[in-house]
Design a binder for this molecule. Structure first.
Ligand SMILES: *Cc1c(COP(=O)(O)O)cnc(C)c1O
Ligand code: SF4
Length: 345
């Protein structure tokens, strides 16, 4: 497997922001730093929402309270690079390079380390496992970022998957439309469309990431018939307000990207300074539901430690007393609803 060749990537962000120099060296020795010139160009001022997502911070080194792999992804890995947690779907980690190393990444232990894509032997073993498990219907390519692989390598992986009759759908999780939108070329889209049904989940966290370039990238993918979803991570000081989130989710719909998940941050070492309370997440969902198009409202999920899976949370708007439900509407009004069913004949 080969990575794409690309220019204009700052291997360290210190050139533009010299006061970061000492800190970034220390941090990047443990957690790699990489930012594309495109993404760095979205920074408007120090410590804004784009800055915080990509610039190293000493607090990454101070957080030793938590675990590098709280979701036990390594334990749930039957062969290297494959995570089989749910019965019918697997995650295949095909790359550990990304255009930008997000400081809050849940695979912080993995991205950038060694910086090598999945090898031929590993791919063969993973495809063998998937082929031998007919209960698997859904394969999610992840990483790192799968779209950091060149077109030929991607084609090889996807062709391998499509040769397995029980694989119904393929998904790709990628932040490339946000951090390196120029990677989404018409050639790539023409290749991807030959592997339908293919879904792509991208990863916008802030309305400032919706630009002319990311709009073009999403448009090309959508025009290739690929349903687009979005996973957002709830990040303190970045997107933890109703206003920001409303702008983000409605902006995404206009790009034909459907908000899918809003993730409570995992308990990953080196990321504690980004964590918000679950109460904040619930207030955001309450501020979306009914106030913006239902198509724009994501599921708010916690991925439970120990690989126990994702649980969706809703604000507490229902109380049940016998057959009487007390429901709270989006305007805050309390309404009683009788749950009446007639017996089956
Ligand atoms: C999130 C995740 C999936 C996919 O879950 P969906 O709810 O189907 O999107 C599959 N496997 C693992 C290990 C995951 O973390
Ligand atoms: S693009 Fe995704 S995998 Fe890569 S660093 Fe960012 S969050 Fe992690």
């Amino acid at each position: 497997m080969q990575y794409i060749k690309y220019n204009n990537v700052t291997s360290s962000c210190t050139t533009k922001y010299s006061d970061l120099h000492d800190c970034s060296k220390l941090v990047s020795a443990r957690y790699p730093v990489r930012v594309t010139d495109y993404y760095a160009g979205l920074v408007r001022r120090q410590h804004d929402a784009i800055w915080k997502q990509c610039m190293p911070d000493v607090r990454e080194l101070e957080d030793d309270s938590q675990c590098p792999d709280p979701l036990d992804e390594n334990v749930l890995s039957p062969v290297p690079g494959l995570i089989h947690r749910y019965p019918d779907r697997v995650v295949l980690l095909v790359s550990n390079r990304c255009p930008v190393y997000c400081r809050f990444c849940m695979r912080k232990r993995h991205v950038g380390s060694g910086d090598a894509p999945m090898g031929e032997g590993e791919l063969r073993a993973a495809l063998g496992y998937i082929a031998a498990h007919s209960e698997i219907h859904d394969v999610i390519l992840s990483g790192g970022d799968p779209l950091m692989l060149d077109d030929k390598s991607l084609a090889k992986i996807m062709t391998g998957l499509r040769a397995i009759p029980h694989i119904a759908i393929i998904r790709i999780g990628t932040r490339v439309p946000v951090t390196l939108p120029a990677r989404i070329t018409p050639e790539l889209c023409n290749l991807l469309r030959t592997f339908h049904p293919l879904f792509i989940n991208t990863h916008f966290n802030h309305p400032a990431e919706i630009t002319a370039s990311s709009t073009v990238a999403c448009g090309l993918l959508a025009d290739a018939g690929i349903p687009l979803g979005n996973q957002t991570v709830l990040l303190r000081g970045v997107n933890d307000s109703v206003e920001t989130m409303r702008e983000l989710v409605t902006g995404l719909l206009a790009l034909r990207v459907r908000p899918y998940y809003l993730h409570q941050m995992d308990l990953v070492q080196g990321t504690a300074h980004f964590r918000t309370s679950v109460r904040t997440g619930l207030e955001i969902i309450r501020g979306l539901r009914g106030h913006v198009s239902g198509l724009a409202v994501p599921h708010y999920v916690i991925d439970l430690p120990g690989g126990k899976g994702k649980v969706a949370l809703l604000p507490d708007d229902v109380s049940i007393n016998g057959n009487t439900l007390r429901l709270r509407t989006y305007t805050g009004e309390e309404v009683l609803y009788e749950d009446i069913t007639t017996p089956l004949e």
